[in-house]
Design a protein around this ligand. Structure first.
Ligand code: GUN
Length: 292
């Protein structure tokens, strides 16, 4: 069997067209959604994510205030910038790109991004998500669920196996999929580095979500025939044939797993464009509050 490729790029383009229309209408009413992006340091992957986010904002008409700070920025300076953005009426959402340099306490910094938490990383938003209340949802897991919904994958009653327990992807996606709502009702297993027999678990998955950050760790013999495979991994591996010296691979060995799955996301062009799209959507949703 050769799997259907789920094109995040295509689904993202559809949603972005819908959002561009909405933004144009909001502008006519005098509100331009505004996003503040803060990057500390010069991690190459973070830099390219942030550049892609800024470009996406421009494409659909969102105002973006880009702040690139040196790696030795102090925690106090970073918090001062966040507070300034908190009181800037042109800004609806604030995004602090993670990871932050090791001298900065990530959790302490994120506590200052509350009303304008477009990433859904503040404990209040996480708490609301877990309780099934209306919340700003983290972009990557929200993009994964949106993809499954738009591709009409049956989530209710499905056994979902998530590989990875990060705060950004594994924990929230598992939580979203167990919620008692139209985008949830799945049975979810979360696997991690201490899981005893990973393959025994992944073979149970109707929907397998790989978010471990390990290049091509999910092999064909770990996947049930006909499973839907979502690859959240974005890993740079050395490749002398490329001008950049590297290529991007996911957490899934695409060539072999695509022979076994019924649907699969590619890397790049799968989850990545969806993450940014959900960020745009959350920015627009936060800006709607200004319209009353
Ligand atoms: N680093 C990796 N993914 C994300 C994300 O979704 N948001 C932020 N702020 N940082 C990230």
């Amino acid at each position: 069997m050769s799997a259907e490729i789920i094109s995040g790029k295509q689904i993202a383009a559809e949603i972005r067209a819908e959002l561009a229309k909405e933004v144009a209408e909001m502008k006519m009413k005098g509100v331009t959604p505004g996003l503040c992006v803060i990057l500390v340091g010069d991690d190459p992957a973070s830099k390219s994510y942030v550049t892609a986010k800024e470009r996406a904002c421009e494409e659909i008409g969102i105002y973006s205030d880009d702040n690139r700070l040196p790696a030795d920025t102090s925690q106090e300076e970073l918090i001062a910038l966040i507070e300034k953005m908190n009181s800037d009426p042109a800004i609806d959402g604030i995004l602090v790109q993670l990871p932050l340099p090791s001298h900065i306490n990530e959790q302490e910094v994120l506590m200052h991004v509350s009303q304008k938490d477009v990433d859904g990383f503040h404990p209040i938003n996480i708490g609301k998500m877990v309780l099934g209340q209306e919340a700003v949802l983290p972009c990557t897991p929200n993009g994964v669920v949106e993809m499954l919904v738009r591709k009409k994958v049956k989530i209710e009653g499905a056994h979902v196996v998530v590989v990875g327990r990060s705060n950004i992807v594994g924990k929230p996606v598992a939580n979203m999929l167990i919620q008692k709502n139209g985008r949830g009702n799945a049975t979810v297993t979360v696997c991690h580095t201490r899981t005893k027999d990973l393959k025994e678990q992944t073979l149970q998955a109707d929907i397998l979500i790989a978010a471990a950050g390990k290049p091509e760790m999910i092999r064909a013999d770990m996947v049930k025939a006909g499973a839907v495979v979502i690859d959240v991994g974005v890993n740079r591996v050395e490749d002398a044939t490329k001008k950049s010296g590297y290529r991007l691979v996911g957490d899934v060995a695409f060539d072999e797993v695509s022979q076994k799955a019924s649907m699969i996301t590619p890397v790049p062009g799968g989850v990545g464009p969806m993450t940014i799209t959900m960020l745009l959507k959350s920015t627009v949703n936060l800006a709607k509050k200004r319209l009353g």
